[in-house]
Design a binder for this molecule. Structure first.
Ligand SMILES: O=P(O)(O)OC[C@H]1O[C@](O)(CO)[C@@H](O)[C@@H]1O
Length: 269
């Protein structure tokens, strides 16, 4: 068992104070806590994201686009499991209506793109899958767990005038001017287990207690374990909420009887 090392990432939209068990070093605005992908599962990156302002309006390439641009073999499809949200917090995902490339470019340049996105009010338990090429922006006042392909290619196409680099041309070359499919988001009830992602790049389950045989059967090898509200043990070692551990097999994990946990593993693309 390996508890993955963490990396705190400063962001203009991050927070000075993080919810327990996380802490932001004095004077630093932390937006993301990354769990370093282990050698055994290099394809997946798990992050906690904590916002006090909106993230950029952005998009990511898919595998083929990333490779064609000489940026490695992995694109970036990602998903978000909301763990806390201030009243009125929203996530911007996809466009309200189809928009062509010229109109999208003009809207990115004059900032009106922000208003063309669909801003979904969110609460704890809401879940979104964001395929590569989707135009999106996480809103302010949200804490979420992001599970994503292990790629750091973000094309910012609008940043509300903040003095950060934009990547309009790259973004425009991969962005889809479309609404997202309704099956890509839903509320996940607190009780019980539910599959959140079933490919094509990874499997992700939210489980309560020990996973049943059907779920366990989909985890034939190494996996990542993200306890939410109770400790789990992996090979007899304790993993606390706020940590992420690599387990060599699901049989090595002792799940808390009534605890909630996320488990995930990559799929061969
Ligand atoms: O460009 P920004 O606003 O810092 O956002 C980048 C972040 O957005 C995300 O893609 C989430 O949408 C993160 O994975 C990434 O680190």
């Amino acid at each position: 068992m390996t508890i993955l090392p963490t990396r705190e990432v400063e962001k203009v939209w991050g927070r000075d104070t993080l919810p327990a068990p996380f802490t932001a070093p004095d004077g630093k605005r932390i937006g993301e806590v990354w769990f370093e992908p282990p050698e055994q599962l290099p394809e997946l990156l798990v992050k906690y994201i904590f916002t006090s302002e909106k993230l950029s309006v952005q998009t990511h390439p898919d595998d083929d686009q990333a490779e064609a641009m000489g940026k490695g073999r992995q694109g970036k499809s990602e998903c978000w499991y909301v763990i806390d949200a201030e009243p009125g917090a929203t996530l911007g995902v996809g466009f309200a209506d189809h928009i062509d490339a010229d109109a999208m470019r003009a809207a990115a340049l004059d900032g009106s793109i922000e208003k063309l996105l669909v801003w979904h009010p969110v609460k704890a338990g809401d879940f979104f899958y964001i395929p590569a090429n989707t135009v999106h922006a996480i809103g302010a006042g949200v804490s979420l767990i992001e599970v994503q392909q292990n790629s750091d290619i973000t094309y910012r196409i609008y940043d509300y005038g903040r003095p950060r680099e934009l990547h309009l041309e790259e973004g425009m070359s991969v962005a889809k001017g479309e609404p997202i499919a309704p099956e890509l988001y839903r509320h996940v009830p607190e009780a019980g287990s539910q599959r959140l992602v079933d490919g094509p790049f990874f499997v992700l389950d939210k489980v309560e207690g020990a996973p049943d045989a059907a779920i366990s059967g989909d985890y034939p090898g190494a996996l990542l374990v993200i306890p939410r509200d109770a400790d789990v043990t992996v090979d007899g070692e304790v993993v606390h909420p706020g940590q992420c551990a690599l387990a060599s097999s699901i049989a090595a994990v002792d799940f808390a009887q009534h605890g909630h946990c996320l488990i995930t593993r990559p799929l061969a693309a």
